[in-house]
Design a protein around this ligand. Sequence first.
Ligand code: FAD
Ligand code: DHB
Length: 395
Amino acid sequence: MRTQVGIVGAGPAGLLLSHLLALRGIDSVLVEIRSRDYCEARQRAGVLEDGSVRLLREAGLAQRLDRQGLEHGGIYLQFGGERRHIDFRDLTGRTVTVYAQTEVVKDLIARRLADGGPEAIHFGVTDTQVVSLDTDQPVLRYTDADGSRHEVTCDAIAGCDGFHGICRSAMPRELRTTVEREYPYAWLGVLADVPPSTDELIYAHHRNGFALHSLRSPTISRLYLQVAADEDIGNWRDDRIWAELQERFALPGWTLRQGPVLDKSITAMRSFVSAPMRYGRLFLAGDAAHIVPPTGAKGLNLALADVAVLAPALDQLLTGNTELADAYSATCLERVWRATHFSWWMTTMLHSTPGADGMEAELQLAQLRYVTTSRAAATSLAENYTGLPLAAQGR
Ligand code: FAD
Ligand code: DHB
């Protein structure tokens, strides 16, 4: 078999890349180890930056996003018994949109299958391999869901297979630099069948640990609690979750509505960057190359931003011009490091480190008072949260 671009992983990065390439008339083969149902149900991120929304709209993918996405003009920061608003619209002229990653993935899968037919995405593959990466004809191998082995000769391969994928480690170890930090806490994420108790997201600093009130729709809430890094989900019955959320969000005159818990899971918190994001004809995008802790909602947006850079770079590479492909890694890493810093900053400002002395909480509160009273500091948060314009990357 032959294709122009082999894509490993049908997460947001791989799916959007195959669509952006198709818009440019470029063929791809997209392989995914999980089933379609699994990919569409995996609970993850929920906030799209302004630039991500525009990117999806320009790519003709925003029909449902424009109907069901909830535009938010700011967030609340809660600390020291007060809840203060950061007004993104006023500070930056930009907004974010609450639209779950599950919905982005459903829209992308539906569109790829409508445009490319059932062969556009191969779900349920096993034993994915990428080889001959330092040649002009890299090869993607996989076993399909019926057990047949395939070998696809490509012009380039995109490793969009997430943090646990195989593409990053297919690059020679001695040519890669990885920088990593694990945080000494995790997030317990809860999906609840109850209308949100807030009009915009609440990021709460509390002596018991951080809490976040987000949402998925006018009837479904998404809530997070800081828990121990090695926490066992079995220790968190629904009534304990609600009691802890009530305590961390408590504010006179405001009520947190409770409802049935539909889903709960624990996510580790880590910053990780592997550079460069390219080796020969293999290009990494999204979580395959970098992970940020979720505070600030950057992971999904970074994955989309990478492939917005990669699609034109591959288009040019296929015509023999290597300029954008050569710049790909450095172009992406600039945004990645900005988001890595912002996510680390939000995380360390809002979480309580186990065993920390009294200094940590006082410094956090001083910083929170500053970002909610200084227009300059608030603008910096707002600018980072709503996202750097993709135009900064030459689009
Ligand atoms: P992924 O979405 O991970 O997609 C990679 C795909 O590759 C997967 O479908 C995987 O099955 C497939 N794959 C893996 N190995 C292979 C293989 N060998 N062959 C073929 N396919 C393969 N971000 C936020 O902003 N907010 C959040 O609240 C948030 N919560 C998260 C919770 C969890 C549990 C995780 C893991 C991530 C979370 N993130 C969150 C991060 C965000 O969801 C990711 O940044 C985003 O999914 C990255 O998209 P991606 O396409 O790069 O990778
Ligand atoms: C969500 C996740 C985040 O990490 C965040 O900072 C805001 C919202 C969410 O899942 O809705």
